[in-house]
Design a protein around this ligand. Structure first.
Ligand SMILES: Nc1ncnc2c1ncn2[C@@H]1O[C@H](COP(=O)(O)OP(=O)(O)OP(=O)(O)O)[C@@H](O)[C@H]1O
Length: 206
């Protein structure tokens, strides 16, 4: 069980988050929804352990993967090496299989700069799922894509989540996207931001 218990988060003197408490069960997909600037990415960074400067505590599994808005690939490494370097113990055969799963069969030797942006995003997804993480964190992975590419990516993510079943927290502005992918939606509101009470399901979570 992943536990996030944030009492408060400030940047300097500015309070950004008030009390934010939620749990994510193994295999559950949770969407974090809210307007721009409310603190969604801040919560992801706290959950990922990238930001430790907050009041509260977080408990998460060690084995996690993060998909950022931009693909954040190593430009001087091949697609294959991007997968094996990020996932210790991943065999070359398994990495090739992971590339094939996202439609990049035969592109293992290509460098990120030789792939289109849509292909780079698919490579970033393959990298995240190939290691079979217990926790998957995604920060607006479908933003600023054309409608067709976004649809392909969402469908692919749905399939990979169904196959791999990590506990997933993903950030989005788009309610339709949240409703489609998530088992549960958490919505941030207010200043400093807290979770909108009527949307938070606590039953069954201690
Ligand atoms: N490193 C930082 N220093 C100071 N303020 C910051 C920092 N990072 C974020 N903020 C501020 O904290 C607030 C929350 O930012 P955050 O990026 O978490 O919002 P968000 O909901 O993810 O926004 P968006 O949907 O636009 O990505 C914003 O007002 C932002 O300006």
């Amino acid at each position: 069980m992943i536990r996030v218990d944030i009492l408060s988060k400030r940047y300097g003197r500015v309070p950004v988050l008030g009390p934010v408490h939620f749990r994510i069960a193994p295999g559950e997909t949770v969407a974090l929804l809210g307007p721009s600037g409310i603190g969604k990415s801040t919560i992801l960074r706290i959950l990922a352990g990238i930001d430790t400067d907050f009041e509260g505590c977080v408990s998460r599994p060690e084995h996690m993967a993060i998909v950022f808005q931009e693909p954040t690939l190593l430009p001087w490494r091949s697609a294959l090496r991007n997968l094996t370097l990020a996932n210790a113990g991943l065999s070359e055969a398994a990495a090739r299989e992971a590339l094939a799963r996202v439609g990049l069969k035969g592109r293992g030797e290509a460098f990120p700069g030789q792939l289109s942006l849509g292909q780079q995003r698919r490579l970033a997804l393959a990298r995240a799922f190939a290691g079979r993480p217990e926790l998957l964190i995604m920060d607006e992975p479908f933003v600023s894509l054309d409608a067709k590419t976004a649809e392909t990516m969402i469908a692919l993510t749905e399939t990979l989540i169904a196959e791999t079943r990590p506990a997933t927290l993903f950030v989005t502005h788009a309610r339709a996207e949240a409703e489609r992918l998530a088992d549960r939606i958490l919505e941030l509101r207010g200043e400093p931001a807290t979770l909108s009470p009527h949307l938070v399901q606590t039953e069954g979570y201690d």
